[in-house]
Design a protein around this ligand. Structure first.
Ligand SMILES: [Zn+2]
Length: 314
């Protein structure tokens, strides 16, 4: 009985502690890494920006807390990705406070017609192009998002316009320069239409579309952190051997349990398979967050990894 009552005491203490947790106010609240990075690059020290998703956490597993909701209500600007990804939002009209401007990123850009057609951007089981859900992985769309966020922040304080615009232009130029470099690399080396293999959820469709890269997920509905059945293991190791690839891309922030099993199985057959990260920008690790790693940095890392794989196929 004593044990039971002390457990009850502990339970209520935890409830009180969690409800007293202070909400740290920020001017701008974002749900995901790309908009956090874009807003931060624009505002510098003029405004505070926060990311609801703790560094290292997976966006698709995120659950909103009451502190998060309070933070959104107190903010000047709340930027979310889309109602499909941030599906906890429910009603856009009531998510913010009376002075909060709510911005839906998925409505803040115009999509160019698909350059490489449907082949490089397959439909998922709901009939949606993977690139439509993960639109931010196309750097030309990222640039449009930076512009849209810039206009919104200028509206908060028009007096800061010159410095906000200058910072946005600098960042956009950096991304455009790298994007052009990647695009030219793919054309100059005749890599358009090349295939790479990915053991993750289909997040890089828009990226593949932009650079003419065919990104094949090892199987539909891939769960990177679960045990593979023996049939799955045989089928995937066979795919890898048949395609004669020695690199497999994995997604960020998920322990690649399934991919490691494939690597180990292939190693025991004397076949070398190396894992490389293909960053979908959903969120960054705690150490990258501390270092101030940006969207542009992650784009460059993806480019370096892709070069490694494409060069090995010659
Ligand atoms: Zn995703």
């Amino acid at each position: 009985m004593k044990k039971f009552s002390s457990l009850i005491f502990l339970f209520f203490t935890l409830i009180i502690l969690s409800s007293c947790q202070e909400v740290i106010y920020t001017d701008i609240v974002t749900t995901m890494f790309p908009q956090y990075d874009f807003a931060q690059a624009i505002v510098g020290d003029d405004y505070t920006v926060s990311l609801l998703l703790p560094p290292g956490a997976e966006i698709h597993d995120y659950e909103v807390t009451s502190q998060d909701l309070a933070k959104i209500k107190e903010s000047k600007l709340f930027i979310f990705t889309s109602l499909e990804i941030d599906n906890w939002i429910g009603d856009v009209e009531t998510i913010g406070g009376k002075d909060t401007f709510v911005m839906n990123l998925s409505e803040s850009f115009v999509r160019e017609p698909l350059i490489y057609g449907d082949i490089l951007d397959p439909l998922d089981e709901e009939g949606i192009h993977a690139s439509e859900l993960h639109f931010w992985t196309d750097p030309t769309i990222a640039v449009q998002l930076i512009d849209a966020i810039l206009e919104q922040i200028i509206a908060l304080d028009p007096q800061l316009e010159a410095q906000l615009r200058a910072r946005a232009t600098t960042y956009i130029n950096e991304i455009v320069e790298l994007d052009t470099q990647i695009k030219n690399y793919m054309i100059d080396h005749e890599y358009l239409g090349s295939t790479i293999y990915f053991a993750g959820h289909n997040a890089l469709g828009a990226f593949g579309q932009r650079y003419g890269l065919n990104i094949v997920s090892l199987f539909e509905d891939f769960k990177p952190d679960v045990d593979l059945t023996s049939n799955e293991l045989i089928s995937f190791t066979n795919i890898v051997k048949q395609t004669n690839t020695h690199y497999l891309f994995i997604e960020e922030l998920v322990f690649p349990k399934a991919a490691n099993t494939i690597v180990n199985q292939l190693a025991s057959d004397g076949y070398d398979l190396e894992l490389l990260e293909f960053h979908g920008y959903h969120n960054i690790s705690s150490s990258d967050y501390e270092k101030g790693v940006t969207y542009r940095d992650l784009l460059e890392q993806n480019f370096l990894h892709i070069q490694t794989v494409l060069m090995s196929t010659i």
